[in-house]
Design a protein around this ligand. Structure first.
Ligand code: SF4
Length: 698
C-alpha cells in the first residue's frame, strides 16, 4: 500500500556542521508509513560548486536518529524521567525564581553555542539580559574564535572572519595557512586553494603536523606548538630588512610602524630557529615567498589561536599582512577560518559576556542605551559585563553560580581541564540542558529539554566569509521536541517576561536583530529574508535595504576612528607549560574529518562514528620506540590534570617532541581532561594547543 503512495520531495538546505555551510539537496521519499531521507550535493551552490564532504553527506542521519530526545525530562530520585512541557516549565519557574530570590540575579548563568542560528544567539543574549537579568552569559565560541576576533579588533577595529570572499583566493600569489587544516576541517574549500596553485600561487603551511592540507604546500614549516609568534617575528625581520615593506601603504593606512621596526631589530634568526625548530633558511624562504608576491592572503585557525598568547600570535600575522600592504584588494587579505557552523554569527549578537548585538559593547553607555531602547527596558536594568566560558565554570565550582542553562553546547567535553568542569557542574543546584541527544553534559542535568535539529529549525547562519544565509525548516520535530527559539521564549514567558519574547517565527526575531545591529560594527539592518534568499546570502556590513553588502573589507579604510590599522610589536611568550623531565612531550589537540566539535551529532551518526570510533594518540615512531609503545597498542597519557588511555597510532608526520589527539569524545576518551586552562589575558581563550604530558605503555 505504502509503495503506491510514495512521492519524492527535494529541497535545499545547509549542512549543520562546519563554517562553510555548504548547501545540499535533501531528498525525502515519503509514504503513508515512513519517510526516508538522503542528501546530494547542490550544484547551484556558488561557494562550494556542488561539493560536500563525508560529514555533509551524512548530516541528515543524526536528525532522524531514534536516539533523539523526544520528551522533556526532569531528574526524579536520581533518574531523568519524562514529564509534560507544562510540568517542566513550572519546575523551571520555581527553581529559577527561588534561586534568584535567595542568591540574586547573577546566581543563574546561560551558556550558548556557535552552531545556533543568529536568531537563537540573539535571543539567548536577550534572554540572559532581559528575562534573567544576569551578567553571566558566554558560549563555546570563546574556545573557537575569540583570539582571532580580539586580534582583528585591535588591529583593524572590527572582526570579520574573512576580509575577502573565497572567490578571491585564486587571485593570491602567495598563501599562508597557519594552524589550519582545511583539508579535514573545511574540505570543500580546498578547491579554491588548488585553483590558486594552478594559477602559480605558492602555499606555505605552518603546522606541527604534516596534515592533509600539506598536500598543496610548497613549503611546510613544522613549527613547535606554541611558537608561532616567534616564527612570525623572524619572518617580519626578513620582510623589513629585505625591503618587502609597502611604504606608501604604511604611511597612508597604518600606525605603529617605527615601534615594530625597533622591536624586530632585536630578533635573531638563530634564536627564532632554536625556539621554533624551523631552520633560518626556511624562515627566510617563507618571508621572501610572501614578501615578493604581488598579492597574498594569510589564514589562521585554532592552531595559532588556542593559546594563552592567542591574540598576540594572530596580531603578529596581521602585522605581516599590513607591512606588505596585502589587504583591501583582490587576492589580498586575512581570514580566520571558523570551525563552528555559525562561528561568525555566534559572536556578533550578544552571547559573549562583554557584548551586545551588532558587536556593541555592554560597558559602553551609548551602546547600552541603544539596546535598552530596542528591547524596551531601562538601561539601568541591563546587567554589566560577565566572565568567559571557562571562568564561568570556575565560578560554578566556587558556587557563585547556582543554576546554568545550556543551549547547543556540551561544556563537559569542550572545556579544558574537564575533570574540574564535571566536578563543578555537579555542584549546581539546577542544571538545564537543551539538546538533541543525551550528551555528557545532559547526563548531569536536573532538567533536559528536547530541542531542534537543523532540518527542523528556521533561521540565518553567517558562514566563514561573513555571508549570511537563510535556512528553512524542512521536517517536523520528533515527539514533543520544540524549536530552540520557542523553548527560550517559553522560559522567558514563565518568568513573566513573555511580552519581550513574543515572536511568531524566526523571521520576526531576525527583523528585531536587524534593528539591534543597526549602526553597530556587524550591521545587518539592510538584509531581509527575501534579499538573503534572492542573492544566496549577503555579506555584512549591510547598513540599509538595497545596499549590496560588503564582500571585501577595508578597501579604503579600517574601522578604527582614524581609519588606520594598528601595527604592534609582539614579544614572543613561551607556552604556560613546557616539556620537562616528568612530562617530556607536548600534547596538541584538534579535529578529524569525520567528527564535529564535542561529537554529540557525529558520534550519533553511525556512518561517521564507525569510520573513526575513538580518539587515537598520534605519535612519531621514534618517540614511541623510546617509550616502548606498539602501533595499535595502548598508551596512558597524563598531564598535571588527569590521565586517559588511548590507542596508539604511529605517524612520521608529527614532530617527535609532540603528540596529537582529537577532542571529539567525552568520558574516558575526553582529551580535555588533560588540557591546560591557562587563559589569554585579552580574550580569555584557553591554551588547548599546548600542554606537557607523560606517556607510558598501558
Ligand atoms: Fe561542507 Fe563543512 Fe558540511 Fe563538510 S562539514 S559538507 S565542508 S559545511
Amino acid at each position: 500500500q505504502a509503495v503506491t503512495t510514495t512521492r519524492e520531495i527535494t529541497t535545499t538546505t545547509e549542512c549543520p556542521y562546519c563554517s562553510v555551510q555548504c548547501t545540499m539537496n535533501l531528498h525525502e521519499e515519503k509514504s503513508i508509513m515512513v519517510s526516508r531521507f538522503s542528501v546530494s550535493a547542490n550544484k547551484e551552490d556558488p561557494v562550494t560548486d556542488g561539493r560536500l564532504c563525508v560529514k555533509g553527506l551524512n548530516a541528515h542521519s543524526h536528525a532522524i536518529d531514534d536516539r533523539r530526545l523526544r520528551n522533556p525530562m526532569i531528574r526524579i530520585k536520581g533518574k531523568l524521567s519524562n514529564v509534560s512541557w507544562e510540568a517542566a516549565m513550572e519546575r523551571f519557574r520555581i527553581q529559577v525564581q527561588a534561586l534568584q530570590t535567595k542568591y540574586g540575579k547573577d546566581s543563574v548563568g546561560v551558556y550558548g553555542g556557535g552552531s545556533l542560528t543568529n536568531e537563537e544567539c540573539y535571543l539567548l543574549g536577550k534572554f540572559a539580559r532581559v528575562a534573567l537579568q544576569t551578567k553571566y552569559i558566554d558560549y563555546n565560541g570563546r574556545f573557537c574564535m575569540s583570539a582571532a576576533a580580539g586580534a582583528a579588533n585591535l588591529t583593524f577595529g572590527v572582526d570579520r572572519g574573512l576580509t575577502n570572499p573565497l572567490e578571491e583566493v585564486p587571485f593570491a600569489k602567495c598563501i599562508i595557512l597557519a594552524g589550519t587544516n582545511i583539508a579535514e576541517c573545511q574540505p570543500t574549500i580546498m578547491a579554491y586553494f588548488r585553483k590558486a596553485r594552478q594559477n602559480g600561487c605558492k602555499i606555505i603551511v605552518i603546522d606541527p603536523r604534516e596534515t592533509a592540507t600539506c598536500s598543496i604546500a610548497d613549503l611546510h614549516l613544522k613549527v613547535k606548538p606554541g611558537y608561532d609568534a616567534a616564527l612570525v617575528n623572524g619572518m617580519i625581520k626578513v620582510i623589513i630588512e629585505e625591503g618587502f615593506v609597502d611604504q606608501s601603504f604604511i604611511e597612508q593606512r597604518t600606525n605603529g610602524y617605527d615601534e615594530l621596526v625597533e622591536h624586530v631589530k632585536q630578533v635573531s634568526l638563530s634564536e627564532v630557529a632554536a625556539l621554533t625548530g624551523i631552520p633560518p633558511q626556511q624562515i627566510v624562504e617563507a618571508a621572501r615567498m610572501y614578501g615578493e608576491a604581488e598579492t597574498g592572503m594569510v589564514f589562521t585557525a585554532r592552531g595559532v589561536e588556542q593559546h594563552a598568547s592567542g591574540v598576540a600570535n594572530v596580531r603578529n600575522f596581521l602585522n605581516m599582512v599590513l607591512l606588505t600592504g596585502k589587504i583591501g584588494k583582490q587576492g589580498c587579505g586575512y581570514g580566520a577560518i571558523t570551525g563552528q557552523a555559525n562561528g561568525q554569527g555566534g559572536r556578533e549578537h550578544g552571547q559573549k559576556a562583554d557584548q551586545l548585538p551588532g558587536y556593541r559593547l555592554i560597558e559602553n553607555l551609548e551602546h547600552r542605551a541603544y539596546m535598552a531602547k530596542v528591547w524596551g527596558v531601562n538601561e539601568e536594568d541591563l546587567p554589566r559585563k560577565g566572565i568567559s566560558a571557562y571562568e564561568m565554570m570556575e565560578a560554578i565550582d566556587r558556587k557563585e553560580i547556582k543554576c546554568l542553562i545550556v543551549l547547543g553546547s556540551n561544556p563537559v567535553v569542550s572545556n579544558p581541564n574537564s575533570h574540574m568542569v564535571e566536578k563543578a557542574l555537579k555542584k549546581l543546584e539546577f542544571l538545564v540542558v537543551i539538546d538533541l541527544f543525551e550528551s555528557e553534559t545532559a547526563r548531569l542535568a536536573h532538567m533536559v529539554l528536547p530541542g531542534s535539529a537543523y532540518l527542523e529549525d528556521e533561521g540565518t547562519m553567517t558562514q566563514l566569509e561573513g555571508r549570511v544565509l537563510v535556512r528553512r525548516a524542512l521536517k517536523a520535530l520528533p515527539g514533543k521536541a520544540k524549536l530552540d527559539w520557542k523553548i527560550v521564549c517559553e522560559m522567558a514567558a514563565v518568568l513573566d517576561k513573555g511580552a519581550y519574547f513574543n515572536y511568531q517565527n524566526a523571521e520576526e526575531i531576525f527583523n528585531e536583530l536587524r534593528l539591534a545591529s543597526k549602526g553597530g560594527k556587524a550591521d545587518y539592518f539592510g538584509m531581509t529574508y527575501a534579499s538573503l534568499e534572492a542573492q544566496h546570502g549577503m555579506f555584512w556590513p549591510c547598513p540599509e535595504e538595497g545596499h549590496p553588502g560588503t564582500p571585501r573589507m577595508f578597501e579604503k579604510q579600517f574601522d578604527h576612528e582614524d581609519g588606520r590599522a594598528r601595527l604592534a610589536p609582539i614579544e614572543h611568550q613561551n607556552p604556560k607549560e613546557v616539556a620537562n623531565r616528568k612530562y617530556p612531550y607536548i600534547l596538541t589537540t584538534g579535529r578529524v574529518l569525520q567528527h564535529y566539535l564535542s561529537g554529540v551529532q557525529t558520534r550519533n551518526t553511525s556512518e561517521l562514528n564507525s569510520k573513526y570510533p575513538e580518539p587515537l594518540l598520534e605519535i612519531h615512531p621514534d618517540s614511541a620506540g623510546i617509550i616502548g609503545l606498539v602501533n595499535g597498542g595502548h598508551a596512558k597519557v597524563s598531564s598535571k590534570r588527569g590521565t586517559i588511555r588511548l590507542k596508539v597510532k604511529f605517524s612520521q608526520k608529527i614532530r617527535p617532541d609532540t603528540v596529537f589527539v582529537a577532542f571529539h569524545w567525552g568520558d574516558d576518551f575526553c582529551i580535555n581532561r588533560l588540557t591546560n586552562p591557562a587563559l589569554d589575558p585579552t580574550c580569555r581563550m584557553p591554551e588547548f594547543k599546548v600542554c606537557a604530558v607523560q606517556i607510558n605503555p598501558a
